[in-house]
Design a protein around this ligand. Structure first.
Ligand SMILES: O=C(O)c1cc(C(=O)O)c2c(n1)C(=O)C(=O)c1cc(C(=O)O)[nH]c1-2
Length: 230
């Protein structure tokens, strides 16, 4: 049996997956970042991504149900609250609906999923099923794309302000929230995976889970790109 990687090497291996295949490099994002998307294409992306947003707390509830440790459940549950909201906090799903409205999409058109194309549904459902079926620490590893999300989201805020000013600025609140939520989530996720994956075989399985998740995000954008304007 091969020796486990040190924590540092393990984290390097995880980061290398992001460098190779995180969706910031997808041609659709490249065009978005250059300011080349038409308003209907931006709307198509927002309307399809809503399905991802909507399913995130569902997959986090599946993981929550499997976490063996109370302290970890107390931290993990925050992810569900971040998206679904609680009390006065409207939550991320509501913020995404407002992003849609700021871009000219009626909330009813997001809620009834009329613009969601089959490939997006398949990709997102594959992620949810993966988290339902895999051991909790493998499912947690698949969430570690959040290690890479903050740079992309920070860039997206600048890109929208510069190239897509027709999207009303209050719509960007969702992305601003993610700038502090994602690093906190990634830190906890990494801590869980490092603790639960002590052998080289375990570590390799977590790297494969992260690679799978990059495929989910990539396939989602392939489908959005192919669908075109909404
Ligand atoms: O806009 C993005 O590029 C992006 C990427 C990701 C990601 O890397 O999975 C997430 C999000 N956004 C996001 O908003 C979010 O709530 C989220 C949760 C998760 C997850 O896997 O648990 N990823 C992401």
């Amino acid at each position: 049996m091969e020796a486990p990687w040190s924590r540092e090497e393990f984290v390097d291996r995880l980061r290398a997956v992001g460098e190779a295949k995180y969706h910031d490099k997808h041609p659709f994002h490249v065009r978005m970042h250059r300011g080349e998307l038409s308003p209907p294409e931006v709307r198509g992306w927002i309307a399809n991504r809503f399905y991802y947003q909507k399913m995130i707390p569902v997959k986090d509830a599946l993981i929550l149900s499997k976490l063996p440790n109370r302290e970890d459940r107390r931290r993990w549950i925050q992810r569900i609250l971040d998206h679904d909201g609680r009390g006065d906090d409207e939550g991320g799903i509501e913020a995404w609906l407002r992003l849609g409205e700021a871009a000219g999409i009626p909330r009813a058109a997001l809620l009834d999923e009329r613009h969601v194309v089959p490939g997006v549904r398949f990709a997102v459902d594959a992620y949810v099923h993966f988290c339902r079926l895999e051991p909790w620490w493998v499912a947690v590893a698949s969430s570690l794309t959040e290690l890479f999300a903050p740079d992309l989201v920070a860039r997206r805020i600048r890109v929208f302000e510069e190239h897509y000013p027709w999207v009303r600025p209050e719509g960007l609140a969702y992305f601003r929230q993610r700038l502090h939520q994602a690093p906190r989530d990634a830190e906890h996720g990494l801590e869980l995976v490092v603790r639960a994956a002590p052998t080289r075989a375990d570590q390799e399985r977590t790297v494969a889970a992260l690679s799978f998740k990059c495929d989910v995000l990539w396939a989602l954008l392939d489908a959005v790109e192919r669908a075109g304007p909404a």
